[in-house]
Design a protein around this ligand. Structure first.
Ligand code: OFO
Length: 174
């Protein structure tokens, strides 16, 4: 039995995951239009991961016998001044999402809901990795500055990222 407060918090998180996907898709399109297809690829893979997170949370609610609620996904900003600004915004967004996830973990503890607590801990760990990845890219872009050759090197590296369904491996399913 999952309490209404946690059904609401997890439903809100589904919306936040889809907003994240929408945000990264917009950023991916901006990078692609600016000629950075590798960076666009990295952001596109990130958007796919966020959608997988939203589906996973939805499945968890259904498995618990709860009805998730779905609300409107707001439109993300449509343009960015630079690739560095994109990744600064990615980092700030991931920090914001980490706060939301931590609040769900705290609520699950207060409600004595060990199943939700256990479920949400996967996201707590995921956020550590996502903040670290974004932080690393912001640092690299700071070092690159306005050296376009180095920026294209980074673009080539980020072209290699591939989407791996985070819940396909054993032990991370619902
Ligand atoms: Fe959904 O993983 Fe970060 O935001």
């Amino acid at each position: 039995m999952i309490k209404d407060s946690l059904i609401k918090a997890l439903s809100d998180q589904i919306n936040a995951e889809y907003y994240s996907a929408y945000l990264y898709l917009t950023m991916s399109a901006c990078a692609d239009r600016a000629g950075y297809r590798g960076i666009a690829n990295w952001l596109f893979v990130q958007a796919k991961e966020e959608m997988a997170h939203g589906v996973h949370i939805c499945q968890h609610l259904l498995e618990r016998g709860a009805a998730p609620s779905f609300s409107e996904v707001k439109a993300p900003p449509a343009s960015y001044k630079s690739i560095k600004e994109i990744f600064e915004k990615v980092l700030a967004h991931e920090q914001y999402v980490s706060e939301k996830i931590n609040k769900i973990a705290s609520l699950a503890m207060r409600e004595d809901d060990h199943a939700t607590y256990n479920f949400i801990m996967w996201y707590v760990n995921e956020q550590v990795e996502e903040e670290s990845n974004a932080d690393d890219l912001v640092a690299k872009l700071t070092n690159i500055g306005d050296n376009s050759g180095l920026l294209y090197n980074l673009d080539a590296q980020l072209a290699a990222r591939q989407f791996i369904d985070p819940f396909a491996a054993a032990g991370t399913a619902n």
